[in-house]
Design a protein around this ligand. Structure first.
Ligand code: APR
Length: 234
């Protein structure tokens, strides 16, 4: 068995589902009640900023009503105790990983708790509603938008993620449907570089065929079990 030093973990909406945060696909998913082209594209923001802001304002407000679950806490424990390299890459825009204590974390699709200036690229922590036309305190322009990677935009931190995948001994995917690239391709990239691959998901996903091992079940059960296993390895 290859020595295990470098781990990359990818999380998706499924890891937050047991906290009460809506996933995107499947029963009750966000894309059941909204059209991506109405709320998650640069064109939608230009055409109807009120609708786009309302969609993200509601999700941002919802963060106050949810808590990290056992899966988030287990990954935070791994972050604190793992002596090798670890990178947790989340597609999620909630702040549950941070609130559980994760540190070695990247948000590749942005964050609800951040506002981005479309004029100067300045970012700032943001809590409340982000009404259209709010001024950027860095450049003074009324160009603040949700710091969310819309469809058609380039995900954040890709160079760092690709380097981590190239060095990974193990790639673990948790709670994602494998429906959206580039995240859906991370397992193939990890395999190409010789990493072992593990999927923890409620049901088979679009990427299950690429994983050396897939475990089906709720993240709140599977993730603590897996972290215990990894930390307990000789
Ligand atoms: N435990 C583990 N997995 C779960 C749980 C759970 N309790 N509940 C749901 N899942 C799984 C579902 O089976 C599904 O495979 O989580 C996955 C959620 O899939 P999606 O809703 O498609 O979310 P995600 O994969 O994160 O979407 C990726 O698509 O719309 C874009 O930018 C958005 O980041 C998002 C990206």
């Amino acid at each position: 068995m290859r020595e295990l030093r470098n781990i990359v973990v990818l999380t998706g909406a499924g890891i937050s589902a047991e906290s009460g945060v809506a996933t995107f696909r499947g029963p009750g998913g966000l894309w059941e009640g909204h059209r991506v082209e109405d709320v998650c594209t640069p064109e939608a923001l230009a055409r109807d900023p009120e609708t786009v802001h309302r969609f993200y304002d509601e999700r941002r407000a919802g963060l106050a009503t949810v808590e990290p679950n056992a899966a988030h806490h287990a990954l935070a424990r791994l972050d604190a105790e793992w002596r090798g390299e670890l990178l947790i890459v989340t597609q999620n825009v909630d702040d549950l990983h941070e609130r559980a204590g994760a540190k070695r974390l990247l948000h590749m699709h942005g964050e609800l708790r951040s506002a981005l200036c479309a004029n100067c690229g300045g970012r700032r922590h943001w809590q409340g509603a982000l009404a259209p036309g709010r001024d950027c305190d860095a450049c003074g322009e009324a160009m603040l938008r949700p710091d969310i990677v819309f469809f058609g935009e380039i995900p954040y931190h890709m160079e760092r993620i690709e380097h981590a995948l190239a060095d990974a001994d193990l790639f673990v995917s948790i709670g994602t449907s494998g429906a959206v690239y580039p995240a859906a391709g991370f397992v193939q990239s990890a395999r190409r570089h010789g990493a072992d691959t593990l999927e923890l998901n409620l049901e088979p996903s679009g990427g299950s065929i690429f994983f050396a091992e897939s475990r089906m079940g709720p993240a709140g059960v599977l993730v603590p079990e897996w972290v215990e296993e990894v930390l307990g390895r000789p």
